[in-house]
Design a protein around this ligand. Sequence first.
Ligand code: ATP
Length: 248
Amino acid sequence: TQKPKPRTTPLTSAPVPTATPRRRVGLLGGTFDPIHYGHLRLAESLAAIFNFNELLFIPTYSPPHKDFDRVTSAYHRYAMTVLATLQMDIARVSMVEIFAPERPYTADTVATFRKSYGPDAHLFFMMGADSFVSLPKWERYETLLDSCHLIVMTRPKYEVGDLATLAERYGTRRVIDLRGGRASQQAVTSNLDAGMHVFLTDLFALDVSATDIRQAVSEGRSIARFVPPLVERYIHVYGLYSNGHHTR
Ligand code: ATP
């Protein structure tokens, strides 16, 4: 019997080098007090449509416009965020805000990521429509709009008026409305030309907030529907949000 000839690849069929696609990084900043399925589904569904290479959850150091004294220690919030995202391949939890020497603004945080990912990366900062409405209260929000794309997700019970008009009022150069079934990988890619854009999305809507969850825990109601099992366990073991417990 004849030995099979070793396979050779003729030079002509060598793959033609193509330009490396620009990295796509999704950023989700939040108090995550605690992280819940609203955050997780939002991040997962946007990751699929926007084709993120990486997904960064960024627990805030001190939440803007919230009473700092009443926010749970950054360590607990960080730990719960890690537990909730450990199974997601592309997800990482960033410590950039919680260990910052001074309270950083979102614009500073995004500038830090811009530095490490370089000018070519597509950075997408994700937020719920409620956050988008309060954007003008954010320090240097214009810088933020100039340094990354925003993805705004509609949120149940938050009637926020006309998002597109709002985006234009903020001085956004391009508003890409992917609501009403227009969200697809193709629609995203074809709009990723020069400049930073605001993408409006309504992919999924889960009616849950961290406030509801803290309330449920303090009243002894189950939160199994709202948070992953390990987060529920963490809250229980460390006694977070239970009556009179000082969570800092
Ligand atoms: P709280 O009830 O304490 O204000 P929260 O549930 O709004 O908390 P945050 O950590 O403040 O949670 O939210 C981080 C980001 O995720 C914000 O931009 C917020 O708009 C968005 N977000 C939170 N929950 C949802 C949800 N159910 N649907 C869409 N976006 C959400």
